[in-house]
Structure formats: C-alpha cells, structure tokens
Design a protein around this ligand. Structure first.
Ligand code: PLP
Length: 393
C-alpha cells in the first residue's frame, strides 16, 4: 500500500528549527520559526497563563469529554476579542479548533460543502500553509498581488485591481493584521475599499487573525476586520491563541462565521460540528480553558494585556534598533521599511540563495522566501545581523 508513495519532503519552516538546533556555531541566530522570544531568546510561559493554569488545575474535577464545539465560554470570549461589541454579534457563531490551522481546514471544508466551486484568493505571498490547507479541502486557489518587492509595502493599486476579478463564488483571504510573511499590512482605507468591493462583487471575505495585539494593540489590530464584519453579509474568520497567549503547542484557536442571519450562522456551525466529528471529534481542552479563565477574570485579563503590550513594544523597539544600526553604523536608509512593518515578520526581499548564504556563512536562519522573524533577535544580535544582511545584499 505504501511503497509507491513519494519520499517524504521536509516542511520548509519546521525543518529550519532542526537545522538550527544541530548547528554547532555559538553565534547562530534563529530568525526562522514564528515564535515570540524575549530578550534572553526564550519563549517563556506568560504569567497570566501560569496563573490561569494554577486556577484551572485547582478547580478542574474531571477530564471527561467537553463537546464537539469545545468550550463555549472560550468561543464567546474569542468572538468578543476579535469582533468587540459589534452590532452583528447576533448573526455570528464559533467553534473552538485545534489552533488557527484547524480553523482554516474546518472553514475550507465548510466552503467545499456549502459552495463546491469556490476559488480562494490568497495574497502573494501568504502564510506558507494557506495554499496546502485550502487545496487539501478540495478548493481552487488563486493569488492576488500584494507585496511590492521594490517599496517593500503593500501594492494597494494592483491588489485592488486584481480583486475586481473576484466574483460571487470566490472567497478572498485577508490577514487581519501583522501579515505573514511580509509584515506589510493594509491600511484602514484599504479595508473600507475591500468591503465595498465585497458588497459590489459578491465575494466572501475570509480573515485570518493569528497575531492580534502584536501590531498596534488588541482593538487597533481588529479595526479593519470589525469594519468589514459590520458591512458585509457573510464572512469567515480564523483566530489563533498560539502567539498572543503563547500557547503554541496547546493548539488553541477558533473558527468564526458571520451569516446573513442568526439562522444561517447556526446552520454553518452545525455543519462545522459534523465535520469536526468526522475529523478530530473535539478540540483539546487545556489551552482554551486557560484562555477563557484569563478573559473572564478582570485581574488576569489585565495582566495578560500588559504582557501583550510588552511583547508588542519589544517588536517595535527591535525594528527601530535594527534600522538605527543600518542608518548609524552603515549610513544606509535602504532598510527603513523594516520599521514600517508590523508584528513578528519582515520580508527582506532576498532570494533563496541569499538566505542560504546568511545561514551558511553567518549562521543566521531565516526562511527561504526571505522572511525573518524580528522576535528571534536579541538586542545583542543587532549589530551582527545588520552587518551580515548588508554583506549578503
Ligand atoms: N495563520 C497564520 C497567518 C499564521 O501565521 C499561523 C501560524 O504561524 C497560523 C494561521 C496557524 O496558527 P496556529 O498555531 O494557531 O495553528
């Protein structure tokens, strides 16, 4: 049965971590996998999570099954976190999923069932797993231009022009904030224009929010998608607690559906639940129990919000420090774009070959598509990394 299968291929990002771990050089720098690190280069358990963990352990009396939708208080908390007190909440439903990855797949499966000839438009470039997940769900995938390699900013005019070709059977996937991999986000005006286009052309927006709070703040990062949700009939949202709660391995996320009516949202959720039943049955509980404990407890929520602000500010200051290094030590403004990007990632515009050179010659591990994780830097790495980037550019 198995012998005709192709040889296994390595995941381009996860395999980088293994290569980094096995690299014996002492000055190596890991700017590959998308995890947040503090100034010691560590990804510690957040204090709010630690406190919630004690609370959950002390109060949890059973490990019996939860339910197909996971924890309902978590689902409601995620809806509030993403959509705030939006007037459309009465036609929104959600299920807890194994990370945003699970949410992407569940919503992909939902589209395939609800509208089999759906084409999903992805930004070029997009999160490396968007295309495989949508294709695995049996959907067609197209790309719209997104990033201008010269300005290193969003190519708004081209993006909007290409999306005029998206029609009523199409779904347009947008990044809620902190675009992965480029770091270049659409502005509020573009969210408004895309909303108008969705109304006129009839395509359905699908927003993936994996980094809420890492850009400008929890509410600021959701402003565009909240505006959109208030002005379109239907929309899908995936959200992740991997980064902003530091719960990577706990696989905690949600799939959110906005329907034309409350009845439609309920039907969509019902279908999601039967599909979850036929896939993993129900999501793992622990991460969601922690998140709900934090979001429903004013004191814990405050601690979490403060920790998130520290993380967000650290990303901004690392970007600033890197740009300052280029400007002051090397007298170049060529890399100023790094400061305008949001969240953990920036695309340098380097080729695969240049990224290999960074890794092989300097022990700096970024992703082959030119993405570096700013959060992987420590203050002590800045001069070394700036120098190496210049030598390779
Ligand atoms: N969506 C985007 C844009 C991401 O960057 C990631 C993870 O890096 C995910 C989804 C998946 O996140 P999760 O760990 O919650 O599955």
């Amino acid at each position: 049965m198995f012998s005709h299968l192709p040889e296994p291929t390595l995941d381009p990002i996860l395999s980088l971590s293994v290569a980094y771990r096995n690299d014996p050089r002492s000055g190596k720098v890991d700017l590959g996998i998308g995890v947040y690190k503090n100034s010691l280069g560590e990804t510690p358990i957040m204090q709010a999570i630690d406190l919630a963990q004690h609370k959950v352990l002390a109060s949890q009396k059973t490990k019996s099954y939860v339910g197909l939708a996971g924890c309902e208080e978590f689902n409601q908390s995620m809806i509030s976190l993403v959509l705030g007190d939006s007037p459309v909440l009465d036609r929104v439903s959600a299920i807890q999923t194994p990370g945003a990855s699970g949410a992407l797949r569940m919503l992909g499966d939902l589209m395939r069932v609800a509208q089999p000839n759906t084409t999903v438009w992805l930004s070029n470039p997009s999160y490396v797993n968007h295309k495989p997940v949508m294709e695995a769900a049996g959907l067609k995938v197209k790309f719209y231009s997104y990033f201008c390699p010269v300005t290193k900013q969003v190519d708004k005019a081209r993006m909007l022009e290409e999306l005029t070709h998206a029609g009523k059977d199409d779904v347009v996937l947008l990044h809620g904030c902190c675009h992965n991999p480029t770091g270049a986000d659409i502005d509020f005006d573009t969210w408004q224009q895309l909303t108008r286009m969705a109304q006129e052309k009839g395509f359905t927006p699908f927003v993936d929010v994996a980094y809420q709070g890492f850009g400008d703040g929890i509410d600021e990062d959701a402003a565009g998608l909240r505006y959109m949700a208030e002005h379109v009939e239907e929309m899908m949202i995936t959200t992740s607690c991997s980064k902003n709660f530091g719960l990577y391995r706990e696989r905690t996320g949600a799939a959110i559906v906005l329907g034309k009516s409350a009845a439609d949202a309920t039907k969509a959720r019902g279908k999601l639940l039967t599909m979850a039943r036929a896939t993993y049955t129900m999501p793992p509980d622990h991460g969601a129990a922690l998140v709900k404990t934090i979001l429903l407890d004013a004191e814990l929520k405050k601690i979490w919000q403060q920790e998130l602000i520290v993380m967000q500010k650290r990303l901004v200051s690392l970007r600033q420090a890197l740009c300052d290094e280029f400007r002051k030590t090397h007298n170049t403004s060529e890399f100023d774009f790094i400061q305008s990007h949001k969240g953990m990632f920036t695309v340098l515009g380097f080729s695969q070959q240049q990224m290999s050179l960074l890794r092989d010659e300097y022990g700096i591990y970024g992703v082959g598509d030119g993405r570096i994780n700013i959060a992987g830097l420590t203050e002590g790495d800045i001069a070394y990394v700036a120098d190496a980037i210049l030598k390779v550019s």
